[in-house]
Design a protein around this ligand. Structure first.
Ligand SMILES: NC(=O)c1ccc[n+]([C@@H]2O[C@H](COP(=O)([O-])OP(=O)(O)OC[C@H]3O[C@@H](n4cnc5c(N)ncnc54)[C@H](O)[C@@H]3O)[C@@H](O)[C@H]2O)c1
Length: 402
């Protein structure tokens, strides 16, 4: 077994043991976060990468060595039961989130769960309820909407919260990928409703909806939507030659929505937008100005100050690398820039800070549930000719901090 490569604890810093389930894409990204967080930030808790869980014994042992985990397990229940695991980090497909998260919270562990929180509103409600019970025992749960932790988007939130944009009128988000353009792409778990819950909607739309509500500081109250599955059958992985199966999720979704203040939100998410690899673009327009962000240039935020002299006004580029920008004081000198993986370090940082302070992590499971309600309303609207579907109001704790 490899040595524990996570943060060294000084005698004064209590250790928090981490156990992670799933070690592929998000598992690797979260491992990067756990490996770096204690070496970059001064923390009140020292995360120890205690154990990782997968189903194949040889493969999970290899992943433990590669990613820096001290031990490997092949049953997630055994991982939860370990005395050296205080926090369970769930990096598996959505179909397993509810069962694992509820079991971990009931076992007295903190939980970090990847998005979307669950595959259905009923599952998400049960998870939020388990998180409420755990909170009373001093255990906390967070959902992994990592794009909030991009410094430029964290700065955007700071500016909307400070009122720099005035009264918001529009939030406009597109999140486009192209890995499903080819009809030969196999019927992977992300294309099966029973495993993924939905398609581009839950995969990309969950991030977009969370960001819109987070940046605006208010929930969506109603949505109207269209969804489409362009390629309805795909090759079955590991099936007999020529075997195909039905795609049971959407390839793309178009959503218009209304925020609580009356501002309008629009979203386009797709996994068949040829040439777009992971193109997340965000724009917010208010009475005093606008903000614009493009993940392909993630160290930049564009700001238009509408109170400036029109002769000189216009979008100006803020290079979000200054000490005074969110998260940046712990990193490199101004101008050197961060990347995608740093969002996971920041996510680990924010969660450890919340646990140490005994405060709710942001976003908690209530907010994950609220996003799930929006996704369900989108699917209902799409199934009913784009009728406007109300989104139930979140519980007070789920209203984005603002
Ligand atoms: N935050 C983001 O930007 C982001 C990006 C991609 C995926 N995700 C989310 O992360 C989650 C995982 O997605 P991914 O891309 O890492 O998927 P993946 O297919 O790359 O990895 C899933 C992992 O889960 C493991 N697994 C599945 N069932 C298991 C079980 N019962 N016990 C133990 N291990 C199990 C698989 O072996 C694999 O290691 C999903 O909820 C997805 O929506 C989030």
């Amino acid at each position: 077994m490899p040595n524990d490569t996570s943060a060294p604890a000084t005698p004064a810093t209590p250790v928090l043991g981490i156990g992670m389930i799933g070690y592929a894409f998000m598992g690797a990204a979260h491992s990067q976060g756990w490996r770096t967080v204690g070496r970059v930030f001064d923390l009140p808790l020292a995360p120890a990468m205690a154990a990782v869980c997968g189903r194949d014994p040889a493969a999970v042992r290899a992943a433990a060595g590669r990613l820096g985990w001290a031990a490997a397990e092949t049953d997630w229940r055994a991982l939860i039961a370990r005395d050296d695991v205080d926090l369970v980090d769930i990096c598996t497909p959505g179909s397993s989130h509810a069962e694992i998260a509820i079991a971990a919270l009931e076992a007295g562990k903190h939980v970090l769960c990847e998005k979307p929180l669950a595959n259905t509103v009923a599952e998400a409600e049960a998870m939020a309820e388990a998180a409420r019970r755990a909170r009373a025992r001093g255990r906390f749960a967070m959902v992994g909407f990592n794009y909030r932790r991009t410094p430029a988007l964290a700065l955007a939130r700071r500016m909307t919260a400070e009122g720099r944009l005035g009264v918001l009128r529009h939030v406009r988000i597109s999140y486009l990928q192209d890995w499903l353009v080819s009809p030969d792409f196999p019927l992977a778990w992300r294309l099966r409703r029973e495993q993924a819950g939905s398609g581009a909607l839950g995969d990309l739309g969950a991030h977009a909806v969370d960001l819109a509500q987070h940046l605006a500081g208010e929930p969506l109250t109603a949505v109207s939507a269209q969804t489409e599955t362009f390629v309805r059958e795909r090759p079955v992985p590991g099936g007999s030659p020529g075997e195909i199966g039905p795609v049971t999720v959407d390839d793309a979704a178009l959503i218009s929505g209304r925020l609580a203040s009356g501002a309008l939100a629009s979203f386009e998410v797709s996994r068949v937008a040829a040439g777009r690899k992971n193109a997340l673009r965000v724009e917010v327009n208010g009475t005093l100005g606008s903000l614009s962000f493009d993940l392909e240039r993630l160290n930049e935020l564009h700001f238009h100050d509408h109170t400036a002299d029109p002769a000189e006004a216009g979008f100006r580029r803020i290079h979000v690398t200054e000490d005074s920008h969110p998260y940046l004081s712990a990193w490199w000198p101004a101008g050197h820039g961060l990347g995608y993986e740093h969002t996971f370090t920041h996510q680990a940082h924010d969660l450890l800070q919340a646990i140490a302070a005994g405060t709710d992590p942001d976003p908690g499971f209530e907010e994950g549930l609220q996003v799930q309600r929006v996704l369900a309303a989108v699917e209902q609207s799409a199934a009913e000719n784009s009728v406007l579907v109300p989104v139930p109001a979140p519980q007070p704790a789920a209203v984005p901090a603002g």
